[in-house]
Design a protein around this ligand. Sequence first.
Ligand SMILES: NC(=O)c1ccc[n+]([C@@H]2O[C@H](COP(=O)([O-])OP(=O)(O)OC[C@H]3O[C@@H](n4cnc5c(N)ncnc54)[C@H](O)[C@@H]3O)[C@@H](O)[C@H]2O)c1
Length: 354
Amino acid sequence: MTTVATIRTAVVGLGWAGRAIWLPRLLGHPRYQVVAAVEPHSGVREAAAAEFPGVPVVSSVDELPPVDLAIVAVPNHLHATVACGLLARGLAVFVEKPVCLTSAEADRLAAAERGGGVLLAGSAARYRGDVGALYALAATLGPLRHLEAEWVRAQGVPGAGGWFTDRSRSGGGALVDLGWHLLDTVGPLLGPAVIEQAAASFSGDFIAAKSAEAGWRGDAAANGTIDVEDTARGFLVTDTGVSVALRASWASHETYDSTRIRVSGGAGEALLTCTFGFSPNRAGGSALTVTRHGRTEPVELPADAVGAEYDRQLDDIPVLLADPAIRGRAVEQAAATIALIERLYASARTPQPA
Ligand SMILES: NC(=O)c1ccc[n+]([C@@H]2O[C@H](COP(=O)([O-])OP(=O)(O)OC[C@H]3O[C@@H](n4cnc5c(N)ncnc54)[C@H](O)[C@@H]3O)[C@@H](O)[C@H]2O)c1
C-alpha cells in the first residue's frame, strides 16, 4: 500500500473566509496538515488561537515555517502582492477570488509564477453538484445561444464601510465579489469563445442601509468609504454570437438569496435555481429543469450539503498539483476574468453607484 504524503498548508488571512471556510475544512481533510496560519491583527489571532487551538498563528508570512501550499484569503487589494511573495518562494499558492484587481496585477502574478511556484485559483461554484448536472445537461441542448447568470441576495453586503465597499481596496462591489463566481461558472459553458462586446450598468440603492448587511458574516460596524455598487448588470456577446446576461446583487428587493443560471440552446433550455455560498436566507434546495418542445421537466440533482463544493475543491488541489500542465492555467483564467471586469466597469456611463 502506498501512503499519500500530506500537504503542509498555511492559511494566510483569518477573516471570515479563512476561519469559516478554509481552516475547518483543511483540518478535517486527510490530505492536508495545517502547519500555520497568518493574521496581522492581534485580536483576530487570539480569537483564532482559541477557536483552532492546534494551529500556530503568526503575524506575518515572513514567520511561516516550511510549507508546501498557502491558501490566501486576505482582502482583495493584497491578493496579488501576497501571492507574488509566496510564489517567489516556490510555493503552491491558492488565491481566493478575485485573484487580482487589474490586468497589471495579472501580469505580475504570471511573472511571479514563471519564477517558481504554482498558482491555483477558481471559484468553488464549479464543484457544486447542481452546477455539474447543469453542465452535463447543457451538452444536450444543441448549439449554445444564450446564458443568464445571476446571483441576487436579498441582504448580503459584506461589511459595509470596511474594505469590501472601498473601491481602492476591493476593486469593486458585487461584480468583483459575486460576479467573479458567476463568470467562473459560465466559463466552461462558453468554452474558448472570445467576448467581443461587453456593457454594464451599476447601482447602489441598498448598500448603505444597515438592513442590507450579510448578517451571517458578523462583520463589525465600520464607518469607512462606500463607493462601490451593490448591483451590477452586464450583457456580453461572444465572437460566435452567444449572449450572456449577468446580474450580481449584494442586496435587492427579493425575499431570499438566490442564484439562477439559464442555458438556452438551439434544442432546449435548462434552468438551475439554487443559492451559491453560505447565506442561511435561502428559499430551499436546488432545482434544475429542462424545457423542450413546450414541456418542462425536473432533472434529478445530487443532494449536496451547503459548502460541499469547497470540500471538493480541496479534494481537487492535490490532483491539480500533480498535473504537469497546471502552471499558467489559473493566471490565464484570472487575466481573462479581470480584463472582462475592467471592460464592464469602463463601459458604464456612471462608474460609481448613484
Ligand atoms: N470563495 C468564497 O466563497 C469566498 C467567500 C468569502 C470571501 N472570499 C474571499 O476571501 C478573501 C477574504 O475575505 P473575508 O471575507 O475573509 O475578509 P475579512 O476581512 O473577513 O478577512 C481578511 C483577513 O485578512 C487579514 N489580513 C490582512 N492583511 C493580511 C496579510 N498581509 N497577511 C495575512 N492576513 C492579512 C485581515 O486582518 C483579516 O482578518 C476575499 O478576497 C474574499 O473575496 C471568498
